[in-house]
Design a protein around this ligand. Structure first.
Ligand SMILES: Cc1cc2nc3c(=O)[nH]c(=O)nc-3n(C[C@H](O)[C@H](O)[C@H](O)COP(=O)(O)OP(=O)(O)OC[C@H]3O[C@@H](n4cnc5c(N)ncnc54)[C@H](O)[C@@H]3O)c2cc1C
Length: 540
């Protein structure tokens, strides 16, 4: 038997663990190098006094639709998704919009607020769902397609294809307003869903991402036991096939000999050698810092130097309380079982203002954002605490936030303001005994994950010159780099950030094909269907 290919994966975030698991299961000898003491990257759950707090990613958009869920049999390794029936709700001055995983119930809620918008909402949902299921999600799990080829293919794909091409020219706001809603509150709510992870509501050419955020934020899930359980499942799958994660070890240099990547230098002065290196780090790290830049073409180093990090970051506040979950005063009962409740948005201008404040370094005031009590869906989040104190819950607030403000002096004040706003709607929270408070600022995000420079949760802004074929640059968007044996596959590659496992999944196949490693997994049925319908090329 020939010696197995040795592969180093840099970064044990969702993409690194995914790539490593596929290649380990294919028989390669895989080692993941992770700077932090724990694997997981953005899949981080901190346990304080028995309460489990998700300080990074919490809402899973693609959940069981992600091919690794099935291919890597992640449910066998402990991954379970929880999908609340009531998904996202919005508190307006004198009314509430409640969006459910069941479209009919959502339509009725829209009808209660704005009867003329009910059928418009249904049309939007159906079209966004179809566009996501038939094109956007399949396109997530294959390498990016040349933009001109893509436009031509879509143009020949009937009404949906042509509409997708038009969408690619619009801003998220235009993509929603185009449906002709009469009530600004509905537009504001939908636009908030599109941009709550930092997509610019007025970003030119970003309309094509609107369907997936809006539709999937009505089908979102939590990971049972906390988001980190997904990282644990991926890691268990990796270890089951002989892979290894080396934690608390930072990569300081990528070693290259004769234009071939041969290993990495570590923070303890040691080195590890391998045949292949797959990095899930950001472009600054990959092409400006860790590698001798004289070995790379100017176009790669220059595009990395010009790389734009996300224009906004997030502020996340977790509280562990002794007390009851929020009960909303004079509002529909279903609000109390909503995964998310958003306040401060009464129309699209509020969404734009919230985004612009964050990009212009205006400190958030705690009057806009979304709140959640995840422990009502997942008692495991507060299980240990309950025994000791009785009725405990985990509460969470999140909003867009700037990087460049004095977070040390402001974070507790912002948390208190947000709690006050929440308690105005749910007065029973005033009786809660706040036992644990965990503010998490853009600076904390960057400190914990250097990949998220300036708190960039997607490793780089979603602007048209940094998407698809241009992510991270034209030379490397195929996941290969000009250095032989050196690949990239993190959130700064297609399809981008969020816990959708696309970069890790796609780069694994490219590496396997290049190194004659067994591609044991099947092309997903959704991709086959998109190819059969002519939306995507057949280059699988
Ligand atoms: C506050 C917050 C909330 C979010 N909410 C959501 C959400 O609700 N839903 C969602 O889908 N997504 C969410 N995200 C985004 C999501 O977490 C990221 O886009 C995703 O984690 C990117 O995955 P990745 O594997 O590419 O990179 P990362 O998760 O960044 O992982 C990269 C890993 O590389 C390690 N690393 C960095 N430098 C080195 C080095 N030199 N040597 C060794 N290791 C190194 C890091 O420590 C990290 O573990 C959120 C992110 C944040 C910060």
């Amino acid at each position: 038997m020939s010696k197995p290919i040795e592969i180093l994966v840099l970064g044990a975030g969702p993409n690194g663990l995914t790539c490593a698991s596929y290649l380990a299961k294919a028989g390669a000898k895989v080692k993941v190098i992770e700077k932090n003491v724990e694997s997981g990257g953005g899949l981080m759950t901190q346990e304080l006094s028995g309460l489990k707090l998700n300080s990074h990613a919490m809402y899973m958009l693609l959940s069981e639709l992600m091919p690794p869920y099935r291919d890597l049999e992640l449910s066998k390794f402990g991954l379970k998704f929880i999908r609340p029936e009531v998904q996202n709700s919005f508190l307006f001055e004198d009314s509430s919009l409640i969006l459910y995983s069941d479209i009919e119930k959502s339509v009725e809620s829209v009808r209660n607020i704005s009867p003329t918008d009910a059928e418009t909402f249904r049309n939007l949902y159906n079209l966004f769902k179809q566009a996501s299921d038939e094109f956007i999600i399949p396109a997530t799990y294959m390498p990016p397609v040349d933009p001109l080829e893509q436009i031509e293919m879509l143009e020949n794909c009937g009404d949906l294809g042509r509409w997708l091409n038009e969408l690619a020219e619009l801003t998220p706001r235009e993509a929603i307003e185009d449906f002709g809603f009469k009530d600004d509150r509905i537009v504001g709510a939908l636009l908030y869903l599109a941009s709550m992870f930092g997509l610019d509501p007025d970003g030119g050419g970003m309309g094509f991402l609107t369907p997936i955020y809006v539709y999937r934020l009505m089908q979102a899930t939590l990971v049972a036991g906390g988001s980190h359980q997904m990282a644990s499942a991926l890691r268990r799958s990796l270890e089951r096939f002989g892979g290894e994660v080396v934690t608390a070890t930072e990569v300081r240099e990528i070693l290259v000999s004769n234009n071939k990547a041969v290993g990495v230098k570590l923070d303890d002065g040691g080195a590890i050698y391998a045949d292949v290196i797959v990095s899930t780090l950001n472009p600054t790290q990959n092409f400006n810092e860790l590698i001798d830049t004289s070995l790379l073409p100017g176009i790669v180093t220059e595009s990395a130097a010009a790389w734009e990090y996300d224009e906004t970051s997030l502020f996340v506040m977790n509280w562990g309380i002794v007390g009851d979950p929020p009960v909303y005063n004079n509002r529909p009962n279903d609000l109390s079982r909503s995964l998310n409740v958003t306040f401060g948005i009464n129309g699209p201008n509020d969404v734009t203002a919230h985004f612009e404040d964050a990009t212009n370094n205006v400190a958030p005031n705690g009057k806009v954002g979304h709140v959640s009590c995840p422990s009502i869906f997942d008692p495991l989040l507060a299980a240990n605490h309950l025994k000791e104190y009785g009725n405990c819950e985990v509460l969470r607030y999140e909003c867009l936030a700037p990087y460049d403000i004095d977070w040390v002096s402001y974070k507790n004040e912002l948390a208190a303001r947000a709690f006050d706003t929440w308690a105005k709607y749910a007065p029973n929270l005033k009786n809660a005994n706040l036992r644990i408070e965990l503010p998490w600022t853009p600076k904390d995000i960057e400190r914990h994950l250097p990949t998220m420079k300036r708190g960039a949760i997607k490793h780089g802004a979603y602007i048209s010159i940094q998407m698809g074929y241009n992510r991270p640059n034209m030379e490397c968007s195929s996941y290969k780099t000009p250095i032989e044996g050196f690949y990239v596959g993190g959130a700064s590659t297609h399809p981008g950030g969020m816990v959708i496992l696309g970069g890790g999944y796609n780069v694994a196949k490219v590496v396997a094909a290049d190194w004659d490693i067994d591609i044991w997994w099947q092309v997903p049925d959704t991709v086959k269907a998109a190819v059969a319908k002519g939306y995507l090329p057949d280059d699988q």
